[in-house]
Design a protein around this ligand. Structure first.
Ligand code: SAM
Length: 248
């Protein structure tokens, strides 16, 4: 998977790429991440890439021209015969990135992430991209943290990036559920014991308990996700059992 990040702060992206599994994936060549600053395409003597907003108002706006030229330059470097890199504009004014989007994007050969700064960008940049995504309903100073989040969430779904790929199927959001709780040593911590079922060695009981916990956590913590689940008869029994235990 190839990633390009159009950013005024390449060092922010590069700093995160030498670390952990992402760093290993870069060294192994499983993923490739390149940055490009729109400042390289500024034509004025101060190399500025922003300007005051038409109509007045506070803050500065990223100009469309340097961003367009950066995107054009990336397109010219694309390997022949391959589909164009999928361009994503990072903005809080868009649909939120989620695990379904991560899965969809992880199947693409190349993604270009366009980071804004200041008050955002000239709205005509929106016409240069394939998609707009927000990291969530909050405002960051720039798109770099959002770009890194998208790189990490998609790269870990690329075959070869995570050692144990089976673990991906059970993670939170893989199947619309939050993940069940995990425990490791010590067996007792400040009077709190590890649930006995996990020490039983009975794999069927453990799997049943984990499903029950995932269902119950999702219902308690994310009723919005729970409402979208298609519960089967076993799931309903698991939840009823838990409710009965809690009321007894
Ligand atoms: N004035 C803009 C607004 O109200 O929509 C916010 C601009 S923000 C300070 C600067 C840049 O940070 C944005 O252009 C975008 O690239 C990035 N950014 C901020 N919050 C984001 C979010 N939740 N998701 C993705 N990118 C974000």
């Amino acid at each position: 998977m190839r990633y390009h990040v159009v950013t005024l702060f390449p060092e922010l992206i590069e700093a995160a790429l030498g670390v952990g599994l992402l760093g290993k994936a870069v060294v192994a060549g499983t993923i490739e991440v390149r940055t490009l600053s729109p400042r390289r395409f500024a034509t004025n003597k101060h190399l500025s890439v922003d300007d005051t907003p038409y109509g007045g108002g506070s803050g500065m706006v990223l100009s469309v021209e340097p961003l367009a030229k950066a995107l054009d330059a990336l397109r010219q470097e694309e390997p022949e015969g391959q589909p164009h890199s999928h361009r994503i504009l990072l903005t809080p004014a868009a649909a939120c990135f989620d695990q379904a989007a991560a899965r969809r994007l992880s199947k693409l050969p190349s993604i270009t992430l366009v980071c804004g700064r200041y008050e955002g960008f000239d709205d005509r940049v929106r016409g240069l991209v394939d998609e707009e995504l927000s990291l969530g309903d909050f405002v960051l100073n720039g798109g770099e943290i959002a770009a890194l989040a998208i790189i990490e969430a998609t790269a870990r779904l690329v075959p070869g990036v995570i050692g144990n790929e089976c673990s991906l199927d059970e993670e939170s959001h893989a199947a619309g559920l939050l993940e069940y709780p995990h425990y490791t040593r010590p067996r007792v911590f400040r009077d709190e014991e590890v649930p006995a079922v996990l020490l039983s060695g009975d794999h069927a009981r453990i799997a049943r308990w984990r499903r029950q916990q995932a269902l119950s956590r999702t219902r308690a913590l994310r009723p919005d996700l729970f409402a979208q689940l298609q519960l089967d008869a076993t799931d309903r029994v698991l939840l009823a059992e838990l409710d009965a235990e809690q009321t007894s």
